[in-house]
Design a protein around this ligand. Structure first.
Ligand SMILES: [Zn+2]
Ligand SMILES: [Zn+2]
Ligand SMILES: [Zn+2]
Length: 948
């Protein structure tokens, strides 16, 4: 007789091979079809809210690994919060305006020989809108493919009419608060993109520039502190690496507290900071300078120097920012080309001279250089200085210099007329710094970082000289040029945008945009001109707390969390904070979580030129989105995150382990809940939640159930702390150690060989069912596809989706630390026995472990540990063989010459051949085999099962 058919071997349709690339789209269809996200929101209505406000990705290009990482992190959090007792809606957004799209549209126009001037602003904007729409669709599909839940049919777009109108209303609030002013100030300016750039749009990179030392001769009469020089000619020496800014020089700055020296040299008397004399002498080749006099910087304030070649006298001024780190201690000052220079200029009433146009070319104010591109004019400027006899030294240096984030070209600092939000008005800077203290920053260094940036940033330049964006809603009087910025007017315009989008600004006349009967406050005229500038895109996305969170009832009133890459401390977190503090005097978020960037396996940035880019598509096509999700969870995202084929290979391994464990659980549940038998339960899921336990649970069942509660505790804590790598490791360990290596290994005999309805088998099944529930829900926020798939295979009535199932809680009735301690000892014993069995197998004394009988004894029964072992072994006498998967265990009273185990030295172990014959059904050796005439090949236990 073939007894194999009488065993309860695992059976399940749940496939061993995941085949995720093919299976995932089916699960996505089911989610879409059953509207699972919407169902979850409906089920959670009325619970406390947890609102994650989506930082909108830019609607340009395909999703890359960094964006995928960001979206999956958000998804893990949103799913967890929804399962754990919150209503956590997720409204995805897109950032639609801005330069990159406008440039792309211009490029596409160029290929059909058109220009933006040729087709007009409205048409350019229409093309930009279409471009953004196209990529919103592309990215939406790509994000959904990752298994991310959200309101994908109703996302927010910064180019939507309602968004643009809300944005202008926020601008109105800021105008009303008095923060907005128009001023000529130096801003980062990209001559190639022809626009001002925000701090966040500037990247530092090395650039080779001329490094020159230039003399500025002092004009008589000298200040009294230099009287000792008499009428000898003397000059202050400056150092610069931007010679093109010299035409705009209006002063030389010295530090009030440093000592300056006048030195006799072979090129005349020169003045530099004493602390720089040595280095300057070496750099410029001055031979043996002799100090004539020493004077504190503050005493040469007001001295007058001659510009090296322009007929202009410039003052010596004081500035605290002058350092002795480089240069001469005398600083070339051009208020039109530098932030600090600008501030110094303002203190001394200097002009804001910036003789450079939007394309980076000198204007007529720069005299002989007019028309030349500034960076190309450097050599000519140096030559001009040399010809006028003012050049001490010129050489090339490589230094860190700001570049445009978009076109990668070096940027200039250039004073232009711009709109600013004042950091000092109504103490905006200080209030923003105060509010930062009330926000939870994860990781904590984010707080330092954003505080430092807020503390030192200049006023916020919110205007841009482009067309694809929301206009700065301002007008100018046609007669007297008086600007008109008014909150009421802006709100009036916003109500037009509500219906027509900001296209109205470009299509309607000023009279058509302004309230009826408006006149110039200065001259009474009624004709106005529209401002041409648009708002900074960081202002666009920054006000999403108002345009989206406060507006949509499912999100209102306030976001709990913002979650983006670490670069957003100077980007979105920053602009949102300023906008919110200015208008609401509070932060737009309670928690700010940041993640690092994605790197290759060797820790390098991914780039096309290195050929190390891994696209999400590639991973999804080969392994499935699930592996990408697992990667996001497994890495510690607070640091930069690496990815490589090797890392993916390890994750695929881990995934298989988890999947196979789950498959084993499902396989042993095929006849679970079929009703009417020992455990007497019909409804697995209900019972699992009801806190009543079947009476036949063994201590081993209790042990694994206890371990499961510890796992729940650990995972909940980790999810709450956003430490998903801890969840990954805990799940992985639980599956491979607690379950596969211990519980399942030992329980197999019960599950396979007992009668189907035997109480001990049903108890094991109840345990497995309970664990399967727990594991599936624990993994669902991360392994969403697999969890949902497993869910459909779990027996018994249950919610339609795993995401409608509450997150597991620790069941206090299943926590039992006493059992954990006892069984910890038993598993030590088991490991020692396994080692002894392995040695016997190596020596060909046994084959399968069931071929063995094991003899166990405390090494020293009189020692405390010996007594403890003796008691433990006696107590579990009947279970030891099952526990060790051997046919018999005998307990001795003393070592009796047997060797102590290397793993547990106070235990002596001997491996012997099993007594009796091998049962062909359960493979245990039993003396009962052969006694039954009908079934001579099997043991008495199996005979009872087979005979029913
Ligand atoms: Zn640029
Ligand atoms: Zn006027
Ligand atoms: Zn048997």
């Amino acid at each position: 007789m073939d007894y194999k058919n009488t065993l309860n071997l695992p059976r399940t349709e749940f496939p061993m091979r995941a085949n995720l690339p093919a299976r995932e789209p089916e699960i996505l269809d089911r989610w879409r079809h059953k509207r699972v996200y919407e169902e979850v929101q409906r089920a959670n209505a009325g619970k406390p809210k947890f609102v994650l406000n989506d930082g909108p990705p830019y609607a340009n290009g395909h999703v890359h690994l960094g964006t995928a990482l960001n979206k999956v992190l958000k998804d893990i959090i949103v799913k967890y919060k929804n399962m754990v007792g919150f209503q956590a809606p997720y409204v995805p957004g897109w950032d639609c305006h801005g330069l990159p799209i406008e440039l792309q549209v211009e490029r596409e126009l160029a290929t059909s020989s058109q220009t933006r001037e040729g087709i007009g602003k409205s048409q350019v904007r229409r093309l930009c809108r279409e471009y953004a729409e196209r990529f919103v669709s592309v990215q939406r599909e790509e994000f959904m493919r990752l298994g991310v839940f959200g309101a994908w049919e109703t996302p927010y777009l910064t180019m939507a009419a309602s968004y643009e109108a809300a944005e202008v209303r926020e601008l109105a609030q800021i105008i009303r608060g008095g923060y907005i002013y128009r001023g000529k100030k130096p801003v980062h300016w990209c001559a190639s993109c022809m626009t001002a750039l925000a701090e966040a749009e500037v990247e530092y990179d090395d650039l080779t520039s001329p490094s020159i030392y230039v003399t500025f001769p002092l004009v008589q009469p000298y200040p009294s502190a230099l009287a000792a020089l008499g009428d000898r000619p003397a000059a202050v020496v400056i150092w610069t690496t931007t010679p093109w800014t010299l035409p705009a020089n209006l002063a030389v700055a010295v530090h009030p507290g440093y000592e300056y020296v006048a030195v006799e040299t072979d090129v005349g008397v020169l003045i530099v900071a004493g602390g720089r004399l040595r280095d300057v002498s070496v750099a410029t080749g001055l031979a043996d300078p002799r100090i004539l006099l020493r004077v504190p910087g503050r005493e040469i304030e007001g001295a007058r120097a001659r510009h090296p070649w322009i007929d202009r006298e410039v003052p010596v001024v004081l500035a605290e920012y002058v350092t002795l780190d480089a240069g001469t201690g005398c600083v070339h000052t051009a208020p039109g080309h530098g932030q600090e220079d600008y501030e110094t200029g303002r203190r001394y009433g200097l002009d804001v001279l910036a003789p450079v146009d939007a394309q980076g070319r000198f204007t007529a104010e720069a005299g002989e250089f007019a028309g030349r591109f500034v960076f190309e004019a450097d050599p000519a400027v140096v030559e001009r200085v040399r010809k006028s006899g003012r050049l001490l030294k010129a050489e090339d240096v490589s230094h860190s210099y700001p570049h445009c984030w978009r076109c990668k070209k070096p940027v200039l600092f250039r004073a232009t007329e711009q709109w600013f939000v004042s950091m000092e008005h109504a103490a905006l800077r200080r209030r923003a710094l105060d509010v930062i203290e009330q926000v939870q920053w994860v990781p904590l260094w984010g707080k330092e970082r954003i505080s430092g940036m807020i503390a030192h940033r200049p006023d916020w330049c919110v205007s841009r000289q482009r067309v694809w964006g929301v206009p700065v809603v301002a007008f100018y009087c046609e007669r007297c040029e008086q600007p008109l910025v008014d909150a009421g007017v802006a709100e009036h315009v916003a109500s037009i945008f509500d219906r027509e989008t900001s296209d109205a600004w470009f299509e309607r006349s000023p009279a058509d945009l302004l309230p009826v009967g408006l006149t110039c406050s200065r001259c009474g005229a009624t004709d106005f001109r529209k401002e041409e500038d648009i708002l900074d895109v960081w202002f666009d996305s920054g006000v999403s707390f108002a345009a989206v969170v406060e507006k949509r009832p499912e999100l209102a009133p306030r976001a709990d969390m913002y979650l983006e890459g670490t670069d957003q401390h100077r980007g979105w977190f920053h602009s949102a904070l300023l906008a919110s503090v200015a208008t609401r005097d509070r932060a737009p978020y309670s928690v700010v979580l940041t993640h690092g960037f994605t790197l290759d396996g060797a820790g390098r940035k991914m780039s096309k030129s290195l050929g190390n880019v891994i696209a999400p598509d590639e991973i999804i096509g080969r392994f499935g989105a699930e592996i990408l999700r697992l990667w996001v969870a497994a890495e510690d995202y607070r640091e930069d995150v690496r990815i490589s084929q090797e890392i993916l290979g390890r994750l695929v391994e881990a995934y298989r382990r988890i999947r196979n464990t789950m498959r084993f659980l499902l396989g042993n549940l095929y006849d679970y809940g079929s009703g009417g038998d020992a455990v007497g339960e019909k409804n697995g899921w209900d019972l699992a939640l009801r806190g009543t336990y079947p009476p036949h649970l063994t201590e081993l069942d209790r042990w694994i159930l206890h371990r499961t509660q510890r796992l729940v505790e650990r995972c909940r804590r980790a999810y709450d702390a956003y430490e998903f790598h801890v969840v990954y490791h805990a799940l992985n360990n639980f599956c491979s150690v607690d379950l596969s290596a211990l519980y399942l290994d030992i329980a197999k005999d019960r599950l396979y060989c007992s009668a189907p309805g035997a109480p001990e088998r049903r108890a094991a099944q109840w345990t497995l069912r309970r664990i399967a529930d727990t594991l599936t829900t624990l993994m669902a926020p991360i392994l969403s596809f697999t969890a949902e798939d497993i869910w459909t295979y779990l027996p018994g009535p249950k919610p339609e989706s795993v995401f409608l199932c509450p997150f597991p809680e620790v069941d206090p009735g299943l926590v039992d630390d006493g059992i954990e301690a006892l069984w910890g000892r038993l598993f030590q014993m088991r490991a020692a026995v396994n080692k002894a069995l392995e040695e016997a197998r190596q020596a060909n004394e046994i084959g399968h472990s069931l071929d063995a009988r094991v003899w166990l004894s405390p090494t020293d029964p009189r020692s405390p540990s010996g007594a403890e072992w003796a008691e433990l072994l006696a107590r579990y006498r009947d279970e030891l063989a099952t526990l060790c998967i051997v046919s018999q265990v005998e307990i001795g009273e003393e070592a009796d010459g047997a060797p102590p185990s290397p793993l547990v030295p106070d235990l002596a172990i001997r491996v012997l051949p099993a007594a009796g014959a091998k049962c062909s059904r359960c493979w245990n050796y039993r003396t009962s085999v052969g006694r039954n005439n009908a079934h001579p090949e099997i043991c008495d236990r199996c005979e009872a099962v087979v005979s029913g």
